[in-house]
Design a protein around this ligand. Structure first.
Ligand SMILES: [Mn+2]
Length: 570
Protein backbone atom coordinates (compact mmCIF):
# COMPACT_ATOMS: atom_id res chain seq x y z
CA UNK A 1 0.00 0.00 0.00
CA UNK A 2 1.24 3.44 -0.91
CA UNK A 3 1.55 5.92 1.85
CA UNK A 4 2.78 9.46 1.66
CA UNK A 5 3.60 10.09 5.24
CA UNK A 6 5.49 8.86 8.19
CA UNK A 7 3.46 9.98 11.17
CA UNK A 8 5.00 12.26 13.77
CA UNK A 9 4.84 11.10 17.35
CA UNK A 10 3.80 13.46 20.09
CA UNK A 11 3.32 12.87 23.82
CA UNK A 12 0.00 13.88 25.33
CA UNK A 13 0.40 16.45 28.06
CA UNK A 14 -1.22 16.22 31.47
CA UNK A 15 -1.22 18.09 34.73
CA UNK A 16 0.71 16.03 37.33
CA UNK A 17 -1.42 17.71 40.00
CA UNK A 18 -4.67 16.48 38.43
CA UNK A 19 -3.17 13.00 38.07
CA UNK A 20 -2.13 13.02 41.74
CA UNK A 21 -5.63 14.07 42.83
CA UNK A 22 -7.17 11.21 40.86
CA UNK A 23 -4.66 8.72 42.25
CA UNK A 24 -5.45 10.01 45.76
CA UNK A 25 -9.09 9.17 45.07
CA UNK A 26 -8.00 5.56 44.59
CA UNK A 27 -7.45 5.39 40.83
CA UNK A 28 -4.60 3.26 39.42
CA UNK A 29 -1.63 5.62 38.91
CA UNK A 30 -1.29 4.91 35.17
CA UNK A 31 -5.02 5.41 34.64
CA UNK A 32 -4.86 8.61 36.71
CA UNK A 33 -2.29 9.97 34.26
CA UNK A 34 -4.39 8.87 31.26
CA UNK A 35 -7.51 10.47 32.72
CA UNK A 36 -5.69 13.70 33.57
CA UNK A 37 -4.50 14.07 29.97
CA UNK A 38 -8.08 13.53 28.76
CA UNK A 39 -9.54 16.28 30.93
CA UNK A 40 -10.98 14.16 33.74
CA UNK A 41 -10.81 15.99 37.08
CA UNK A 42 -12.81 13.80 39.47
CA UNK A 43 -13.36 10.13 40.08
CA UNK A 44 -17.11 10.68 39.67
CA UNK A 45 -16.58 11.41 35.94
CA UNK A 46 -15.36 7.85 35.48
CA UNK A 47 -17.76 6.04 37.81
CA UNK A 48 -20.23 5.40 34.96
CA UNK A 49 -23.07 4.80 37.42
CA UNK A 50 -26.56 5.47 36.08
CA UNK A 51 -27.22 8.07 38.76
CA UNK A 52 -24.29 10.07 37.33
CA UNK A 53 -26.29 10.73 34.13
CA UNK A 54 -27.18 14.38 33.58
CA UNK A 55 -30.78 15.06 34.63
CA UNK A 56 -33.31 15.08 31.73
CA UNK A 57 -34.77 18.39 32.93
CA UNK A 58 -31.82 20.32 31.53
CA UNK A 59 -32.70 19.40 27.97
CA UNK A 60 -34.67 22.28 26.44
CA UNK A 61 -38.33 21.43 25.62
CA UNK A 62 -37.98 17.91 27.02
CA UNK A 63 -40.87 18.44 29.46
CA UNK A 64 -43.03 19.85 26.67
CA UNK A 65 -42.22 16.81 24.54
CA UNK A 66 -43.11 14.53 27.47
CA UNK A 67 -46.45 16.28 27.98
CA UNK A 68 -47.25 16.02 24.28
CA UNK A 69 -46.46 12.28 24.27
CA UNK A 70 -48.33 11.67 27.56
CA UNK A 71 -51.40 13.42 26.11
CA UNK A 72 -51.07 11.29 22.98
CA UNK A 73 -50.95 8.11 25.07
CA UNK A 74 -54.00 9.13 27.11
CA UNK A 75 -55.97 9.98 23.97
CA UNK A 76 -54.67 6.85 22.19
CA UNK A 77 -53.42 8.91 19.26
CA UNK A 78 -51.18 7.36 16.60
CA UNK A 79 -47.48 8.27 16.71
CA UNK A 80 -45.29 7.63 13.65
CA UNK A 81 -41.53 7.64 14.20
CA UNK A 82 -39.49 8.94 11.25
CA UNK A 83 -36.10 7.26 11.48
CA UNK A 84 -32.78 7.65 9.74
CA UNK A 85 -31.01 4.98 7.68
CA UNK A 86 -27.82 4.70 9.74
CA UNK A 87 -27.13 2.76 12.94
CA UNK A 88 -27.83 5.74 15.21
CA UNK A 89 -31.15 6.34 13.45
CA UNK A 90 -32.10 2.66 13.57
CA UNK A 91 -31.29 2.26 17.27
CA UNK A 92 -33.05 5.57 18.05
CA UNK A 93 -36.12 4.26 16.22
CA UNK A 94 -36.01 0.97 18.14
CA UNK A 95 -35.65 2.87 21.45
CA UNK A 96 -38.61 5.11 20.54
CA UNK A 97 -40.89 2.27 19.40
CA UNK A 98 -40.01 -0.09 22.28
CA UNK A 99 -40.08 2.63 24.96
CA UNK A 100 -43.34 4.23 23.80
CA UNK A 101 -45.05 0.84 23.47
CA UNK A 102 -44.01 -0.05 27.02
CA UNK A 103 -45.73 3.14 28.10
CA UNK A 104 -48.93 2.29 26.29
CA UNK A 105 -48.58 4.31 23.09
CA UNK A 106 -49.84 3.38 19.62
CA UNK A 107 -46.65 3.69 17.61
CA UNK A 108 -45.26 2.67 14.22
CA UNK A 109 -42.36 3.90 12.09
CA UNK A 110 -41.14 4.89 8.64
CA UNK A 111 -37.51 4.97 7.57
CA UNK A 112 -36.55 6.77 4.34
CA UNK A 113 -34.72 4.73 1.74
CA UNK A 114 -31.57 6.80 1.17
CA UNK A 115 -31.59 6.31 -2.61
CA UNK A 116 -35.28 7.15 -3.08
CA UNK A 117 -35.82 9.83 -0.47
CA UNK A 118 -32.45 10.96 0.85
CA UNK A 119 -32.00 12.09 4.43
CA UNK A 120 -34.45 13.75 6.79
CA UNK A 121 -38.14 14.60 7.12
CA UNK A 122 -38.80 15.66 3.51
CA UNK A 123 -42.32 16.56 2.33
CA UNK A 124 -42.29 13.27 0.37
CA UNK A 125 -41.63 11.29 3.56
CA UNK A 126 -44.44 13.14 5.34
CA UNK A 127 -46.79 12.19 2.49
CA UNK A 128 -45.63 8.57 2.66
CA UNK A 129 -46.07 8.40 6.46
CA UNK A 130 -49.52 9.99 6.16
CA UNK A 131 -50.57 7.50 3.49
CA UNK A 132 -49.25 4.46 5.37
CA UNK A 133 -50.17 5.29 8.97
CA UNK A 134 -52.40 8.38 9.06
CA UNK A 135 -50.55 9.61 12.18
CA UNK A 136 -51.68 12.27 14.65
CA UNK A 137 -48.06 12.90 15.63
CA UNK A 138 -44.80 12.60 13.73
CA UNK A 139 -41.78 11.99 15.94
CA UNK A 140 -38.40 12.31 14.22
CA UNK A 141 -35.31 10.57 15.60
CA UNK A 142 -31.73 11.46 14.60
CA UNK A 143 -33.08 13.90 11.97
CA UNK A 144 -35.49 16.77 11.45
CA UNK A 145 -33.59 19.82 12.70
CA UNK A 146 -33.06 20.99 9.09
CA UNK A 147 -36.43 19.76 7.76
CA UNK A 148 -38.25 23.10 7.45
CA UNK A 149 -40.32 22.07 4.44
CA UNK A 150 -41.19 18.65 5.81
CA UNK A 151 -42.45 20.12 9.08
CA UNK A 152 -44.52 22.70 7.15
CA UNK A 153 -46.00 19.89 5.04
CA UNK A 154 -46.94 17.91 8.16
CA UNK A 155 -48.54 20.95 9.81
CA UNK A 156 -50.56 21.57 6.67
CA UNK A 157 -51.83 18.02 7.01
CA UNK A 158 -52.73 18.81 10.66
CA UNK A 159 -50.11 16.41 11.98
CA UNK A 160 -48.28 17.52 15.15
CA UNK A 161 -44.50 17.30 14.92
CA UNK A 162 -42.01 16.46 17.65
CA UNK A 163 -38.40 16.65 16.52
CA UNK A 164 -35.64 14.82 18.38
CA UNK A 165 -32.22 15.33 16.83
CA UNK A 166 -28.60 16.01 17.71
CA UNK A 167 -27.30 17.58 14.49
CA UNK A 168 -26.30 21.25 14.38
CA UNK A 169 -29.23 23.46 13.38
CA UNK A 170 -29.08 25.91 10.48
CA UNK A 171 -29.91 29.62 10.74
CA UNK A 172 -33.66 28.90 10.83
CA UNK A 173 -35.40 26.24 12.91
CA UNK A 174 -38.50 24.36 11.76
CA UNK A 175 -41.63 26.26 12.83
CA UNK A 176 -44.68 25.28 14.86
CA UNK A 177 -43.29 22.06 16.36
CA UNK A 178 -41.53 20.89 19.53
CA UNK A 179 -37.76 20.50 19.17
CA UNK A 180 -35.52 18.54 21.52
CA UNK A 181 -31.87 18.90 20.49
CA UNK A 182 -28.96 19.69 22.84
CA UNK A 183 -27.39 21.71 20.03
CA UNK A 184 -30.28 24.12 19.45
CA UNK A 185 -29.87 27.75 20.56
CA UNK A 186 -30.69 28.35 24.25
CA UNK A 187 -30.41 24.69 25.23
CA UNK A 188 -28.13 24.63 28.26
CA UNK A 189 -27.87 20.84 28.48
CA UNK A 190 -24.21 20.31 29.46
CA UNK A 191 -23.51 17.42 27.06
CA UNK A 192 -23.62 18.53 23.42
CA UNK A 193 -22.45 15.11 22.26
CA UNK A 194 -25.58 13.01 22.72
CA UNK A 195 -26.21 10.78 19.71
CA UNK A 196 -29.70 10.70 18.17
CA UNK A 197 -30.42 7.59 20.23
CA UNK A 198 -29.29 9.37 23.42
CA UNK A 199 -31.66 12.28 22.77
CA UNK A 200 -34.59 9.88 22.28
CA UNK A 201 -33.69 8.03 25.47
CA UNK A 202 -33.75 11.34 27.36
CA UNK A 203 -37.23 12.07 25.97
CA UNK A 204 -38.40 8.70 27.34
CA UNK A 205 -36.93 9.50 30.76
CA UNK A 206 -38.93 12.74 30.82
CA UNK A 207 -42.06 10.97 29.59
CA UNK A 208 -41.80 8.38 32.34
CA UNK A 209 -41.66 11.04 35.04
CA UNK A 210 -44.57 12.88 33.41
CA UNK A 211 -46.64 9.68 33.44
CA UNK A 212 -45.58 9.02 37.04
CA UNK A 213 -46.86 12.46 37.98
CA UNK A 214 -50.13 11.73 36.23
CA UNK A 215 -50.24 8.47 38.22
CA UNK A 216 -50.70 6.45 35.06
CA UNK A 217 -49.32 3.28 36.62
CA UNK A 218 -51.46 2.85 39.69
CA UNK A 219 -51.99 -0.86 39.15
CA UNK A 220 -49.36 -1.89 36.63
CA UNK A 221 -45.59 -2.26 36.65
CA UNK A 222 -43.61 0.80 35.62
CA UNK A 223 -41.57 0.41 32.44
CA UNK A 224 -37.89 -0.32 32.98
CA UNK A 225 -36.05 1.97 30.57
CA UNK A 226 -32.70 0.41 31.51
CA UNK A 227 -33.72 -2.43 29.19
CA UNK A 228 -33.04 -0.07 26.29
CA UNK A 229 -29.45 0.74 27.27
CA UNK A 230 -27.90 -1.85 24.94
CA UNK A 231 -29.50 0.03 22.03
CA UNK A 232 -28.35 3.40 23.39
CA UNK A 233 -24.78 2.12 23.76
CA UNK A 234 -24.77 0.70 20.22
CA UNK A 235 -26.07 3.87 18.55
CA UNK A 236 -23.74 6.10 20.57
CA UNK A 237 -20.61 4.14 19.62
CA UNK A 238 -21.64 3.61 15.98
CA UNK A 239 -22.36 7.31 15.40
CA UNK A 240 -18.80 8.17 16.50
CA UNK A 241 -19.96 11.02 18.75
CA UNK A 242 -17.45 12.23 21.34
CA UNK A 243 -17.49 9.91 24.35
CA UNK A 244 -17.85 12.51 27.08
CA UNK A 245 -18.59 11.37 30.63
CA UNK A 246 -22.36 11.11 29.99
CA UNK A 247 -21.92 9.08 26.80
CA UNK A 248 -19.35 6.84 28.47
CA UNK A 249 -21.93 6.09 31.14
CA UNK A 250 -24.43 5.06 28.47
CA UNK A 251 -21.87 2.82 26.78
CA UNK A 252 -20.56 1.30 30.03
CA UNK A 253 -24.07 0.54 31.30
CA UNK A 254 -25.19 -0.87 27.94
CA UNK A 255 -22.12 -3.10 27.69
CA UNK A 256 -22.61 -4.26 31.27
CA UNK A 257 -26.14 -5.43 30.42
CA UNK A 258 -24.95 -7.08 27.19
CA UNK A 259 -22.23 -8.98 29.09
CA UNK A 260 -24.84 -10.14 31.61
CA UNK A 261 -26.95 -11.53 28.77
CA UNK A 262 -29.65 -8.88 29.18
CA UNK A 263 -29.80 -7.74 25.56
CA UNK A 264 -32.36 -7.40 22.78
CA UNK A 265 -32.75 -10.63 20.77
CA UNK A 266 -31.71 -8.69 17.63
CA UNK A 267 -28.44 -7.51 19.16
CA UNK A 268 -27.77 -11.02 20.49
CA UNK A 269 -28.35 -12.41 16.98
CA UNK A 270 -25.97 -9.82 15.49
CA UNK A 271 -23.25 -10.80 18.00
CA UNK A 272 -23.81 -14.39 16.95
CA UNK A 273 -23.48 -13.84 13.17
CA UNK A 274 -20.41 -11.67 13.79
CA UNK A 275 -18.77 -14.52 15.71
CA UNK A 276 -18.50 -12.37 18.85
CA UNK A 277 -19.23 -13.41 22.41
CA UNK A 278 -21.65 -11.01 24.16
CA UNK A 279 -20.22 -12.09 27.54
CA UNK A 280 -17.01 -10.31 26.55
CA UNK A 281 -18.62 -7.43 24.61
CA UNK A 282 -16.51 -4.30 24.11
CA UNK A 283 -17.22 -0.93 22.56
CA UNK A 284 -14.95 -2.09 19.74
CA UNK A 285 -17.46 -4.89 18.97
CA UNK A 286 -20.29 -2.36 18.85
CA UNK A 287 -18.36 -0.05 16.52
CA UNK A 288 -16.70 -2.58 14.24
CA UNK A 289 -18.84 -5.74 14.29
CA UNK A 290 -22.45 -4.86 15.15
CA UNK A 291 -22.68 -1.30 13.79
CA UNK A 292 -21.43 -2.13 10.26
CA UNK A 293 -23.86 -5.05 9.92
CA UNK A 294 -26.78 -2.75 10.67
CA UNK A 295 -25.39 0.04 8.50
CA UNK A 296 -25.04 -2.35 5.54
CA UNK A 297 -28.85 -2.41 5.27
CA UNK A 298 -29.04 1.38 4.93
CA UNK A 299 -26.08 1.49 2.56
CA UNK A 300 -27.19 -1.19 0.11
CA UNK A 301 -30.94 -1.64 0.58
CA UNK A 302 -33.33 -0.39 3.21
CA UNK A 303 -32.82 0.16 6.94
CA UNK A 304 -36.24 -1.30 7.80
CA UNK A 305 -34.46 -4.68 7.79
CA UNK A 306 -32.13 -3.44 10.55
CA UNK A 307 -34.94 -1.85 12.54
CA UNK A 308 -37.07 -5.01 12.31
CA UNK A 309 -34.11 -6.98 13.67
CA UNK A 310 -33.79 -4.58 16.64
CA UNK A 311 -37.55 -4.68 17.28
CA UNK A 312 -37.99 -8.44 17.10
CA UNK A 313 -38.81 -10.26 20.35
CA UNK A 314 -38.58 -13.68 18.72
CA UNK A 315 -34.99 -15.04 18.79
CA UNK A 316 -35.59 -17.21 15.68
CA UNK A 317 -36.95 -14.33 13.64
CA UNK A 318 -34.16 -12.06 14.89
CA UNK A 319 -31.60 -14.70 13.84
CA UNK A 320 -33.05 -14.84 10.31
CA UNK A 321 -32.90 -11.04 10.00
CA UNK A 322 -29.36 -10.94 11.43
CA UNK A 323 -28.29 -13.50 8.79
CA UNK A 324 -29.65 -11.22 6.08
CA UNK A 325 -27.83 -8.24 7.58
CA UNK A 326 -24.66 -10.31 7.76
CA UNK A 327 -24.81 -11.22 4.07
CA UNK A 328 -25.54 -7.61 3.10
CA UNK A 329 -22.43 -6.71 5.06
CA UNK A 330 -20.41 -9.32 3.13
CA UNK A 331 -21.70 -7.74 -0.06
CA UNK A 332 -20.79 -4.26 1.20
CA UNK A 333 -17.26 -5.49 1.98
CA UNK A 334 -16.86 -6.94 -1.51
CA UNK A 335 -18.07 -3.71 -3.11
CA UNK A 336 -15.78 -1.70 -0.87
CA UNK A 337 -12.76 -3.90 -1.67
CA UNK A 338 -13.37 -3.45 -5.42
CA UNK A 339 -13.71 0.29 -5.06
CA UNK A 340 -10.64 0.43 -2.85
CA UNK A 341 -8.42 -1.45 -5.31
CA UNK A 342 -9.64 0.67 -8.20
CA UNK A 343 -8.91 3.80 -6.16
CA UNK A 344 -5.38 2.52 -5.46
CA UNK A 345 -4.90 1.85 -9.17
CA UNK A 346 -6.12 5.33 -10.11
CA UNK A 347 -3.77 6.88 -7.56
CA UNK A 348 -0.82 4.88 -8.89
CA UNK A 349 -1.55 6.16 -12.41
CA UNK A 350 -1.53 9.78 -11.26
CA UNK A 351 0.25 9.92 -7.90
CA UNK A 352 -1.14 12.73 -5.75
CA UNK A 353 2.22 13.60 -4.17
CA UNK A 354 1.96 17.32 -4.99
CA UNK A 355 -1.73 17.58 -4.17
CA UNK A 356 -3.19 18.70 -0.88
CA UNK A 357 -6.55 17.00 -1.57
CA UNK A 358 -7.94 13.88 -3.27
CA UNK A 359 -11.04 13.68 -5.48
CA UNK A 360 -11.98 10.40 -7.14
CA UNK A 361 -14.91 9.29 -9.25
CA UNK A 362 -15.79 6.11 -11.07
CA UNK A 363 -19.00 5.25 -12.85
CA UNK A 364 -18.97 1.74 -11.35
CA UNK A 365 -18.87 2.95 -7.75
CA UNK A 366 -21.70 2.58 -5.26
CA UNK A 367 -23.20 5.71 -3.66
CA UNK A 368 -23.89 3.83 -0.40
CA UNK A 369 -20.21 2.94 0.11
CA UNK A 370 -18.29 6.08 -1.04
CA UNK A 371 -18.14 7.43 2.52
CA UNK A 372 -16.25 4.40 3.83
CA UNK A 373 -13.81 4.50 0.91
CA UNK A 374 -13.18 8.23 1.40
CA UNK A 375 -12.48 7.63 5.03
CA UNK A 376 -9.97 4.83 4.35
CA UNK A 377 -8.15 6.90 1.69
CA UNK A 378 -8.03 9.86 4.07
CA UNK A 379 -6.39 7.60 6.68
CA UNK A 380 -3.87 6.34 4.13
CA UNK A 381 -2.92 9.64 2.47
CA UNK A 382 -3.81 12.02 5.28
CA UNK A 383 -5.45 14.55 2.96
CA UNK A 384 -9.04 15.81 2.67
CA UNK A 385 -10.65 13.25 0.37
CA UNK A 386 -13.91 13.14 -1.59
CA UNK A 387 -15.09 10.05 -3.48
CA UNK A 388 -17.94 10.17 -5.97
CA UNK A 389 -20.40 7.69 -7.47
CA UNK A 390 -23.28 8.08 -9.92
CA UNK A 391 -26.45 9.53 -8.35
CA UNK A 392 -29.94 8.12 -9.01
CA UNK A 393 -30.58 10.85 -11.54
CA UNK A 394 -28.83 10.50 -14.93
CA UNK A 395 -25.95 12.97 -15.42
CA UNK A 396 -25.42 13.63 -11.70
CA UNK A 397 -22.88 12.32 -9.21
CA UNK A 398 -22.90 12.12 -5.41
CA UNK A 399 -19.80 12.71 -3.32
CA UNK A 400 -18.88 11.88 0.24
CA UNK A 401 -15.89 13.59 1.83
CA UNK A 402 -13.72 13.14 4.92
CA UNK A 403 -11.26 15.67 6.27
CA UNK A 404 -8.24 16.02 8.51
CA UNK A 405 -7.99 18.30 11.58
CA UNK A 406 -7.61 21.96 10.61
CA UNK A 407 -9.52 21.76 7.30
CA UNK A 408 -13.23 22.47 7.71
CA UNK A 409 -14.79 20.48 4.90
CA UNK A 410 -18.22 22.10 4.87
CA UNK A 411 -16.65 25.57 4.94
CA UNK A 412 -14.38 24.56 2.04
CA UNK A 413 -17.41 23.52 0.00
CA UNK A 414 -19.15 26.75 0.96
CA UNK A 415 -16.16 28.68 -0.36
CA UNK A 416 -16.36 26.84 -3.69
CA UNK A 417 -20.13 27.37 -3.90
CA UNK A 418 -19.70 31.13 -3.35
CA UNK A 419 -16.83 31.39 -5.78
CA UNK A 420 -18.41 29.27 -8.54
CA UNK A 421 -22.16 29.07 -7.82
CA UNK A 422 -22.86 26.85 -10.83
CA UNK A 423 -20.49 24.09 -9.68
CA UNK A 424 -22.21 22.67 -6.60
CA UNK A 425 -25.88 21.88 -6.57
CA UNK A 426 -26.28 20.54 -3.03
CA UNK A 427 -23.95 20.11 -0.08
CA UNK A 428 -24.02 19.74 3.68
CA UNK A 429 -22.06 18.38 6.60
CA UNK A 430 -19.56 19.55 9.16
CA UNK A 431 -15.84 20.01 9.72
CA UNK A 432 -14.74 16.40 9.30
CA UNK A 433 -17.35 14.97 6.89
CA UNK A 434 -19.64 16.26 4.18
CA UNK A 435 -21.86 15.14 1.33
CA UNK A 436 -22.46 16.86 -2.01
CA UNK A 437 -24.09 16.51 -5.41
CA UNK A 438 -22.59 17.66 -8.73
CA UNK A 439 -23.31 17.43 -12.43
CA UNK A 440 -20.99 14.78 -13.86
CA UNK A 441 -19.61 17.27 -16.41
CA UNK A 442 -18.59 19.57 -13.53
CA UNK A 443 -16.36 16.95 -11.86
CA UNK A 444 -13.04 18.18 -13.35
CA UNK A 445 -13.77 21.80 -12.54
CA UNK A 446 -14.81 20.84 -9.01
CA UNK A 447 -11.63 18.81 -8.50
CA UNK A 448 -9.54 21.86 -9.44
CA UNK A 449 -11.57 24.21 -7.28
CA UNK A 450 -11.27 21.85 -4.29
CA UNK A 451 -7.51 21.51 -4.75
CA UNK A 452 -7.22 25.32 -4.98
CA UNK A 453 -8.92 25.65 -1.58
CA UNK A 454 -6.55 23.00 -0.19
CA UNK A 455 -3.50 24.85 -1.58
CA UNK A 456 -4.74 28.08 -0.05
CA UNK A 457 -5.59 26.73 3.41
CA UNK A 458 -3.34 23.74 4.15
CA UNK A 459 0.27 23.98 5.26
CA UNK A 460 2.75 21.09 4.87
CA UNK A 461 2.69 20.66 8.66
CA UNK A 462 -1.05 20.12 8.61
CA UNK A 463 -0.61 17.34 6.05
CA UNK A 464 1.58 15.51 8.53
CA UNK A 465 -0.25 12.77 10.45
CA UNK A 466 0.39 12.75 14.19
CA UNK A 467 0.22 9.83 16.59
CA UNK A 468 -0.29 10.98 20.15
CA UNK A 469 1.08 8.71 22.85
CA UNK A 470 0.72 8.55 26.62
CA UNK A 471 4.46 8.24 27.14
CA UNK A 472 6.41 5.38 28.66
CA UNK A 473 5.53 2.44 30.89
CA UNK A 474 8.00 0.74 33.17
CA UNK A 475 8.65 -2.95 32.52
CA UNK A 476 6.55 -4.03 35.52
CA UNK A 477 3.62 -1.89 34.34
CA UNK A 478 3.47 -3.71 30.99
CA UNK A 479 1.39 -6.43 32.58
CA UNK A 480 -1.96 -8.19 32.38
CA UNK A 481 -3.11 -6.30 35.48
CA UNK A 482 -2.81 -2.90 33.77
CA UNK A 483 -4.30 -4.26 30.53
CA UNK A 484 -7.32 -5.43 32.52
CA UNK A 485 -7.68 -2.03 34.19
CA UNK A 486 -7.60 -0.34 30.79
CA UNK A 487 -10.18 -2.77 29.42
CA UNK A 488 -12.68 -1.66 32.10
CA UNK A 489 -12.83 1.86 30.68
CA UNK A 490 -14.73 3.03 27.61
CA UNK A 491 -12.32 4.49 25.04
CA UNK A 492 -13.14 5.89 21.63
CA UNK A 493 -13.97 9.12 19.83
CA UNK A 494 -12.82 12.14 21.87
CA UNK A 495 -11.47 9.82 24.60
CA UNK A 496 -8.63 8.14 22.75
CA UNK A 497 -7.51 4.64 23.71
CA UNK A 498 -4.18 4.61 25.58
CA UNK A 499 -1.09 4.36 23.42
CA UNK A 500 2.34 4.07 25.03
CA UNK A 501 5.85 4.69 23.70
CA UNK A 502 8.97 2.75 24.67
CA UNK A 503 12.30 1.37 23.43
CA UNK A 504 12.61 -2.38 22.91
CA UNK A 505 15.00 -4.95 21.53
CA UNK A 506 13.55 -7.22 18.87
CA UNK A 507 14.27 -10.79 20.01
CA UNK A 508 12.35 -12.67 17.32
CA UNK A 509 10.00 -11.81 14.50
CA UNK A 510 8.04 -13.54 11.77
CA UNK A 511 5.48 -12.62 9.17
CA UNK A 512 1.96 -14.08 9.52
CA UNK A 513 -0.15 -14.80 6.41
CA UNK A 514 1.99 -12.34 4.38
CA UNK A 515 0.21 -9.51 6.16
CA UNK A 516 1.04 -9.11 9.82
CA UNK A 517 4.26 -9.01 11.82
CA UNK A 518 4.48 -11.12 14.97
CA UNK A 519 7.27 -10.18 17.37
CA UNK A 520 8.90 -10.91 20.71
CA UNK A 521 10.24 -7.76 22.29
CA UNK A 522 12.47 -7.22 25.30
CA UNK A 523 12.73 -4.32 27.75
CA UNK A 524 14.68 -4.33 31.02
CA UNK A 525 15.06 -8.11 30.83
CA UNK A 526 11.31 -8.70 30.41
CA UNK A 527 9.92 -10.27 27.23
CA UNK A 528 6.61 -9.47 25.60
CA UNK A 529 4.58 -10.77 22.70
CA UNK A 530 3.66 -8.13 20.14
CA UNK A 531 1.87 -7.89 16.84
CA UNK A 532 1.77 -5.23 14.12
CA UNK A 533 -1.37 -5.73 12.04
CA UNK A 534 -1.12 -4.90 8.34
CA UNK A 535 2.66 -4.51 8.46
CA UNK A 536 4.75 -7.19 6.74
CA UNK A 537 8.27 -5.73 6.78
CA UNK A 538 10.72 -6.94 9.47
CA UNK A 539 11.99 -4.36 11.97
CA UNK A 540 15.57 -3.46 12.95
CA UNK A 541 16.91 -4.82 16.23
CA UNK A 542 16.57 -1.67 18.33
CA UNK A 543 13.30 0.17 18.02
CA UNK A 544 11.04 2.75 19.60
CA UNK A 545 7.48 1.56 19.48
CA UNK A 546 4.07 3.23 19.90
CA UNK A 547 1.80 0.46 21.18
CA UNK A 548 -1.44 -0.44 22.87
CA UNK A 549 -1.81 -3.00 25.63
CA UNK A 550 -4.13 -5.81 24.72
CA UNK A 551 -5.28 -9.05 26.31
CA UNK A 552 -4.71 -12.19 24.28
CA UNK A 553 -7.24 -14.94 25.07
CA UNK A 554 -5.88 -18.33 24.11
CA UNK A 555 -7.00 -21.78 25.31
CA UNK A 556 -8.62 -20.20 28.35
CA UNK A 557 -5.41 -18.35 29.24
CA UNK A 558 -4.97 -14.62 29.28
CA UNK A 559 -1.68 -12.96 28.42
CA UNK A 560 -0.70 -9.38 27.79
CA UNK A 561 0.08 -8.50 24.18
CA UNK A 562 1.46 -5.31 22.63
CA UNK A 563 -0.35 -4.06 19.55
CA UNK A 564 2.07 -1.95 17.57
CA UNK A 565 0.81 1.30 16.06
CA UNK A 566 4.10 2.67 14.76
CA UNK A 567 7.81 1.89 15.08
CA UNK A 568 10.90 4.01 14.53
CA UNK A 569 14.49 2.83 14.48
CA UNK A 570 16.26 3.55 17.73
MN1 LIG B 1 -26.82 10.48 14.39
Amino acid sequence: MMSYFMPHLRTRLYSPEHAQNLAAEGIHPVLARLYASRGVLHKQEVSHQLDALIHPKGLLNNEKAAQCLADAIEAQKTITVIADYDCDGATACAVAVRGLRQMGAIVNYVVPNRFQYGYGLSPEIVALADEQHNPDIILTVDNGIASLEGVAEARQRRIDVLITDHHLPGATLPQDCIIVNPNQPDCSFPSKHLAGVGVMFYVLLALRSELRQRQSWKNVAQPNLAELLDLVALGTVADVVALDSNNRTFVAQGLKRIRQGRLQPGIAALFNVAGKDPRRATSFDLGFAIGPRLNAAGRLEDMSLGIECLLSDDPHHAATLAEQLHSLNQERRAIEADMQSMAQWKLEQTPPSHQTTLCLYDESWHAGVIGIVASRLKEQFYRPTITFAPAEEEGWIKGSGRSIPGFHLRDALDRIAKHSPSLLSKFGGHAMAAGLTLRLDAFDAFQHAFEAVGQALLSPEQLQAIIETDGSLSAHEIHLDLAEHLEQEIWGQGFPPPCFYDSFQVIQQRILKDKHLKLWLEKEGQRYEAIWFGHATPLPQSINVAYRLDINHYNGNKTVQLIIQEAVEH
